[in-house]
Design a protein around this ligand. Structure first.
Ligand SMILES: C[S@@+](CC[C@H](N)C(=O)[O-])C[C@H]1O[C@@H](n2cnc3c(N)ncnc32)[C@H](O)[C@@H]1O
Length: 305
């Protein structure tokens, strides 16, 4: 298995401790440990089911979308996770007689290993890239593993885990003439009560740091983001009910009763806001748009505008 490392485990461990000290935990820490991955899989299995049809439809389009690509089709997936959706695309390319090379990009070593192993099981050459996709430099370095034309994927509402107004610009910078980008978003359908799976998923990094559910309360809040009509953010935070000591990266981090830690947020979009983001903010052109059967997701196929 071939995994190139731009972001080391030591850097992640140090950044986790610093983030806990700063009371603000970014998205990448929610997929890093076995407990987080287990909680993520339990949470995502339901949406995987709802998205199956969309993905089968999209994967079936991959051979025609990449028809003009000469030779091997490079498939670069930002925030690939375990690569289950990506594999559908790889399999469809193979079934159409196209050879593909898969480049999953993720901060989670364990998920990258799963993504590479899965592709290799399907006889597809894979080269994982362990990188921080919130860094424009890492994104460009990861995109440069192959020359255009490339097929980029950023799916499973990965975009919603970052500030979308900034992130779409960084992603669009990687997209050159001839490249194709497939990107999806979670549609805003009003405030929804968080499920037990969602609570376990956002609590997992705290549990790894030694916190137990009785140590405090989780709060979920959905609110509009004033910068763009139709853009909404779901914030999650933990408030300590007693004095606690968190442990991460070899450090002991005190958290006083009443203090809060911001956990990872999720952006949700109306279809119009998502379109505006891609075209006006990202300078991309949408060539196809596919809603999921349950109406909760929309997937866009884009090229450089
Ligand atoms: C919402 S999941 C989507 C996974 C996959 N694409 C899917 O559809 O199931 C987001 C993925 O992005 C990765 N991720 C989150 N923040 C990251 C960061 N800053 N750098 C690299 N990967 C990150 C996570 O490890 C996770 O695999």
């Amino acid at each position: 298995m071939n995994i190139e490392v731009l972001l080391t485990e030591t850097e992640i461990a140090e950044e986790l401790a610093e983030s806990l000290e700063a009371r603000d935990l970014p998205e990448k820490f929610f997929y890093w440990t076995p407990l987080s991955i287990q909680s993520w899989k339990a949470l995502s299995s339901r949406s995987e089911e709802a998205l199956r049809e969309t993905w089968e439809g999209l994967a079936a389009k991959a051979p025609s979308l990449t028809q003009a690509f000469p030779g091997i089709v490079p498939v670069i997936s930002f925030g690939a996770g375990e690569g289950l959706k990506d594999r559908e695309v790889l399999k469809a390319l193979k079934a159409a007689g196209r050879e593909a090379k898969y480049f999953p990009v993720d901060a989670s070593q364990a998920l990258l290993e799963m993504a590479c192993a899965g592709a290799e099981d399907d006889d597809c050459d894979a080269h994982g890239i362990k990188a921080d996709i919130s860094s424009p430099m890492h994104l460009l370095l990861a995109a440069d593993v192959s020359e255009a034309p490339r097929l980029f994927l950023m799916v499973g509402n990965t975009l919603g885990g970052f500030d979308p107004l900034d992130q779409i610009k960084h992603i669009a910078e990687c997209v050159h003439k001839g490249d194709i980008l497939i990107l999806d978003a979670n549609i805003h359908a009003g405030a929804i009560e968080p499920s037990e799976e969602q609570k376990r998923f956002v609590f997992a990094p705290l549990a790894d740091a030694g916190v137990v559910p009785d140590d405090g309360a989780l709060e979920f809040m959905t609110k509009p983001d004033d910068r763009l009509d139709g853009l909404h953010i779901v914030t999650r935070r933990f408030q300590a009910a007693r004095d606690l000591t968190l442990r991460a990266g070899g450090r002991e981090i005190p958290l006083a009763r009443g203090e809060r830690i911001l956990l990872n947020f999720r952006y949700l979009f109306t279809k119009e806001a998502f379109r505006w983001l891609l075209t006006e903010q990202g300078g991309l052109r949408i060539i196809a748009e596919l809603p999921s059967g349950d109406g909760r997701f929309v997937t866009a196929v884009c090229i450089k505008g």
